[in-house]
Design a protein around this ligand. Structure first.
Ligand SMILES: NC(=O)c1ccc[n+]([C@@H]2O[C@H](COP(=O)([O-])OP(=O)(O)OC[C@H]3O[C@@H](n4cnc5c(N)ncnc54)[C@H](OP(=O)(O)O)[C@@H]3O)[C@@H](O)[C@H]2O)c1
Length: 264
């Protein structure tokens, strides 16, 4: 494991650290020597994780309970981390929503756009300026393989994940000359609490969050984007060559069959 503290220095801020991929990122980064700021809504989860991380590693862990869809979240966050330089940012917090767009709860769709698009935009813009001055840093955007093409019945989710992938890849180019490593990470199905939140069941070939984080950390600083897992790589690559109507039809029929999304 590389020493991240030497490479990026300061603290790593991980959003969505109370579960799944975010928790796995926080544990990996702490084991690689960096102090971590843990952001999510569930306070007890974050406090317990912070205790475990500090007991297992020679680093500090700061829990910051926060709803990233709330107005003025950046001010609340910056007040809690005064004096801490953020050398690594992991934009990971997210949730899914499955169903016919017109019947989905409108506020939930809006919150998803806030959490997946607005929050990473605000956080990244805030922290890159410090990184540019220091000429080092790392930013990871957790996208998804469904960010490679539009997928009906997870329409908003798929669109927000395309946003994450596009922003991450473009910033990789822009920030390269400032020695800031940017990565757009595309996991496929991963065994986390994500499926519980969307009331779906995880596929039998779903990856572990630790494996997804391993792929990300191997790719960080070497390329703009990584898709985790060989079958996901094939799926994302093949999708580029399908005419859009065929892709929409295939994905739409698959999603309707597996999620019964527009039944009735
Ligand atoms: N699991 C998959 O199959 C899969 C596949 C592709 C991509 N991804 C992406 O991976 C990322 C992590 O998902 P996961 O699979 O690890 O899901 P997860 O286990 O459900 O974790 C989601 C995390 O996001 C946090 N979160 C949710 N809403 C929040 C809010 N309003 N403010 C702050 N934090 C919030 C949750 O914490 P609290 O509830 O405590 O706030 C939790 O820590 C997401 O961006 C997801 O789109 C997942």
């Amino acid at each position: 494991m590389r020493n991240l503290q030497e490479k990026y220095s300061g603290w790593a801020l991980v959003t969505g650290a109370s579960a799944g991929i975010g928790e796995a990122f926080a544990r990996y980064i702490a084991a690689a020597g960096m102090n971590v700021i843990l952001v999510a809504r569930r306070k007890e989860r974050l406090e317990k994780l912070a205790e475990e991380i500090e007991a297992e590693n020679n680093v500090q862990a700061l829990p910051v309970p926060l709803d990233l869809t709330g107005d003025g979240f950046l001010e609340k966050l910056t007040q809690k981390i005064v004096g801490k330089e953020v050398g690594m940012l992991v934009n990971n917090a997210g949730f899914g929503s499955v169903g016919l767009y017109a019947r989905n709860d409108a506020q939930r769709e809006v919150d998803m756009v806030k959490l997946h698009c607005l929050a990473p935009t605000i956080l990244t813009h805030h922290f890159i300026r410090q990184m540019m001055v220091r000429k080092k840093g790392a930013i990871i955007f957790v996208g998804s393989i469904v960010g490679y093409q539009p997928v009906p019945y997870i329409s908003t989710y798929s669109a927000t994940k395309a946003f994450n992938m596009f922003l991450g890849k473009s910033l990789w180019y822009e920030l390269h000359k400032y020695h800031i490593d940017v990565l757009a990470l595309a996991p496929g199905g991963t065994k986390t609490e994500f499926q519980q939140v969307t009331h779906q069941s995880a596929s039998s070939i779903a990856a572990s969050p630790q494996a997804v984080v391993g792929s990300a950390m191997k790719a960080l600083g070497k390329k703009p984007a990584v898709v985790h897992g060989i079958h996901n790589k094939i799926w994302a690559f093949a999708g580029r060559f399908l005419p859009v109507r065929m892709s929409l039809s295939l994905h739409g029929r698959f999603m309707r069959a597996t999620t019964k999304s527009d039944a009735g």
